[in-house]
Design a protein around this ligand. Structure first.
Ligand code: GLN
Length: 561
């Protein structure tokens, strides 16, 4: 383990020195969005990055968001979908999850920047007297700080290409300083080392039977008013773009015809890199950036993954019990992890979202009886708690495979405490501060925290797995590291009682002794983690807990036939 680690560090160091010495310039690609939001800029950025990576380039993606929150950690999932957490504990936009799932490369704090973070830095510098009496203004001070951050990852020397996705839609008031920063950077870097891709929508008017280019023309005009000529247009569309439409877009938006790229609606986001390959987006980008390579993209393993995903030999029904089920984006990484695990098992995973509030002792049988496995999701607060407990009791007693994540794990501990150990009103301190049995408790270091932003237990922590447990069989090793985002923990004062009754702590943090994984001895698959395995599942590395849970659900289905 150790020598490999050192060898990797030395190799990286030599590579960085070589790049600095030979002055290989990092190339910058900016991705903007026009016409409407939700066109999938993150997926286009990740797909392009995948193609460039598959040709041997070192690529990273960063997201700049125009909202004023310092990070999405304090946002309700209904506002902005799931909050994704990086290895180094940054609470970030869910697009970073797509970047990691596509590239299989970890992102970090530096990969997600918001207006709030930019202003905070500038205002702190102003308070420290760093501007020496000058008037501090959006231009140049805010735009300078944006430009500095846009180049941070490029300056490490680790990457050939840095792709920067700008959140929001061109024309929004709040994204103006970011657009201005891109304009300045393009001018400073020059057209061989930077380019702008503009993602737009080509709507189809059913009544006229036509695709319409006008919104795109207007959106490019808006960009031009800000001084930016996009180099490439990626056109989101429900219908194929014919040659006439492409010519028209090229002519009115001042781009080459081969820089008009069709992005047709795809059955799965994992098709998009291959669609972009067909449209030669990677070739157009490389030509514009004057980058040459003999390598054709190596997408063999990607295609194998897609092949298995699209040709499943089995099917399972898995219930996801949670409180934000009306908005599937709130559980983005979990749904994507099931796609990876489904492909690994050549099984179609049919995910049924179940509102925790709709479950109680009376309805739980009807709602869960058709399911082959049940996952209880992460979350915050009391809403839906009793429903989650009812679901867990049902699957525990009926031996249906169960997988609990974070709050889902805490609920499995509460349920076991109440119904097996008979600890009356056992609860988490989060839900009931007066409970006599706080089986889930507030961590000591959390007790004096009043500030809510960025103060949870965040990011990667080690976990040691006990031999002979299910967790050990699933991971196939004793030392793992997983990402966290929570305040409350298993209360070790109760551990002995739990283990004697059959719920064992199979994973423990070696430094703090905190319980990371619990499982039931006497159950085909009842495994729950305090961490978030969904944040580490990628196309190249489906997460073992998800893969095993899908396999167990399939085995359960087959056993009942
Ligand atoms: N609300 C719980 C805690 O803070 C669980 C958090 C989660 O599920 N991410 O500990």
């Amino acid at each position: 383990m150790y020598p490999v680690h050192i060898a990797e560090i030395v190799a990286l160091f030599l590579q960085v020195c070589y790049r600095k010495f030979t002055q290989i310039m990092t190339k910058y690609i900016f991705v903007t969005g026009g016409v409407t939001s939700s066109l999938g800029k993150g997926i286009i950025a990740a797909s392009l990055a995948k193609l460039l990576q598959a040709r041997g380039f070192k690529v990273t993606i960063q997201k700049f968001d125009p909202y004023i929150n310092i990070d999405p950690g304090t946002l309700n999932p209904y506002e902005h979908g799931e909050c994704y957490v990086t290895e180094d504990g940054a609470e970030t936009d869910l697009d970073l999850g797509h970047y990691e799932r596509f590239l299989n490369v970890a992102t970090s704090q530096a990969n997600n920047v918001t207006t709030g973070r930019i202003y905070k830095q500038v205002i702190e510098q102003e308070r420290a007297g760093a501007y020496l009496g000058k008037t501090v203004q959006v231009v140049p001070h805010i735009t300078d700080e944006i430009k500095r951050r846009m180049q941070l990852l490029g300056e490490t020397g680790e990457y050939d290409i840095v792709i920067t996705e700008l959140g929001g839609t061109v024309g929004d008031i709040e994204s103006l300083p970011f657009i201005e920063a891109v304009r300045q950077l393009r001018w400073e870097l020059g057209s061989n080392d930077s380019l702008v891709i503009h993602l737009t929508l080509i709507p189809y008017l059913a009544a006229a039977g036509e695709l319409k280019t006008k919104p795109t023309q207007h959106s490019v005009k808006t960009l031009l008013e800000y001084g930016i000529q996009p180099d490439i247009l990626v056109c989101r569309t429900e219908h194929k773009l014919n040659q006439d439409i492409r010519k028209k877009l090229a002519l009115f938006c001042n781009v080459n015809i081969n820089a008009v790229v069709e992005s047709i609606d795809a059955p799965t986001i994992y098709d998009v890199p291959l669609n972009m390959l067909k449209e030669q987006l990677d070739k157009t980008v490389l030509a514009k950036l004057k980058l040459s390579t003999k390598n054709e993209p190596d997408l063999e393993s990607w295609k194998t993954f897609l092949g298995k995903l699209k040709n499943p030999t089995n099917e399972v029904n898995i219930g996801l019990v949670g409180k934000y089920v009306e908005l599937p984006d709130a559980y983005k990484s979990i749904t994507e992890s099931f796609i990876h695990a489904g492909s690994a098992n050549e099984t179609k995973v049919k995910l049924k979202f179940i509102a925790a509030e709709s479950l109680d002792a009376e309805h739980v049988h009807d709602k869960l009886k058709h399911l082959d496995g049940v996952l209880v999701a992460p979350g915050f607060g009391e809403r839906g708690l009793e429903g989650k407990l009812a679901a867990i009791q049902y699957v525990r007693e009926h031996k249906i495979p169960f997988f609990g994540i974070c709050l889902g794990m805490q609920c499995s501990v509460i349920e076991f405490g109440r119904n097996v150990l008979k600890l009356k009103n056992a609860n988490s301190f989060e839900m009931d501060e007066k409970t006599k049995h706080p089986v889930i408790n507030l961590m000591e270091e959390q007790k004096n925290i009043t500030n809510m932003g960025g103060t949870m237990r965040l990011g990667a922590y080690d976990c040691e797995i006990k031999k002979g447990t299910k967790a050990h069989a699933i991971y196939g090793k004793a030392k793992i590291s997983e990402r966290h985002r929570h305040r409350y923990e298993f209360n070790n004062a109760y551990l002995k009682q739990y283990e004697e009754a059959g719920m064992i702590a199979s994973g423990i943090n070696p430094k703090t002794g905190l319980v990371e994984i619990v499982e039931l001895k006497d159950h085909p698959f009842f495994v729950a983690g305090q961490f978030h395995p969904e944040l580490k599942s990628t196309v190249a590395n489906p997460h073992p807990l998800f893969v095993s849970f899908v396999a167990a659900s399939l085995a359960n289905k087959k056993a009942l036939k």
